[in-house]
Design a binder for this molecule. Structure first.
Ligand code: 13P
Length: 250
């Protein structure tokens, strides 16, 4: 059976002292879970977060990276830089980056390859707009995003990749996809992975749901057959609320 992976995406929130306070409160609340727990924090919090999660079951991720190894790319951070301080995961292709920072399926693919090359595990985001869903295009959009993101990846890479299905209309809006909608689209993504790599690999890959996940809806979502946990924005900023999401099965 696939494990459940619950990741927080703090986006552009939290200063170092807030990060340390968060971890001090949060770590004891999730220490007994069998679910995987990840905090994806801003670059400036990474080092503090990594120090303060030592000896806990919490893993740390970044929210973006550049695909080049090094060079004249002012303001950018490489996969190796993230890995060198102990970062384990990196979010790639979040819809906010696609929307505001010109992220494309091609740059997503390049970033995934660079991350994997240094042993950093990508959390790859896909999702449709409201207009696309209303026009019946959801499956086409998300499977196309997966196909392009995974271009030239090997089957053995899949065990180090998480997919996060995040319908854009559900992000930060308080509007969650119903558990049936989320499960159906995630099953379609899994079917696409099966077409590309075979059923065994498709059965193994972790696919999360993201978009207005809260303590009050986590259980019904994460208990669905194809939903392997969540990528949580706003509700991951409060230790108590986020711990309830992680402990949805308690
Ligand atoms: P919210 O949980 O705030 O809707 O954000 C979801 C998200 O974008 C996580 O990456």
């Amino acid at each position: 059976m696939r494990r459940k992976v619950i990741a927080g995406n703090w986006k552009m929130n939290m200063l170092p002292n807030e990060t340390i306070n968060f971890i001090e409160q949060f770590a004891p609340l999730v220490k007994d879970t069998k679910n995987e727990v990840i905090l994806c924090v801003p670059f400036t919090d990474l080092f503090y977060a990594l120090l303060h999660v030592q000896g806990t079951n919490i893993k740390i991720g970044a929210q973006n990276m550049h695909w080049e190894e090094k060079g004249a790319y002012t303001g950018e951070v490489s996969a190796q830089m993230l890995k060198s301080i102990g970062t384990e995961y990196v979010i790639i292709g979040h819809s906010e980056r696609r929307q505001y920072f010109a992220e494309t399926d091609e740059t997503v693919n390049k970033k995934i390859k660079s991350a994997l090359a240094v042993g950093l595990k990508p959390i790859v985001c896909v999702g449709e707009t409201l207009e696309q869903r209303e026009n019946g295009k959801t499956e086409e959009i998300v499977t196309n995003q997966v196909e392009k993101a995974f271009n030239n990846l090997k089957a053995e890479d899949l065990k180090n990749i998480i997919i996060a299905y995040e319908p854009i209309w559900a992000i930060g809006t308080g509007k969650t996809a119903t558990k049936e909608e989320a499960n159906e689209t995630i099953a379609q993504i899994r079917k696409k992975v099966a077409e590309m790599y075979g059923q065994n690999d498709a059965n193994e890959i972790i696919i999360q749901y993201g978009g207005s996940v809260k303590a009050s809806n986590a259980k019904e979502l994460f208990e669905m057959s194809d939903i392997d946990g969540g990528l949580v924005g706003g509700a991951s900023l409060k230790p108590d609320e986020f711990s309830k999401i992680v402990n949805f099965d308690k």
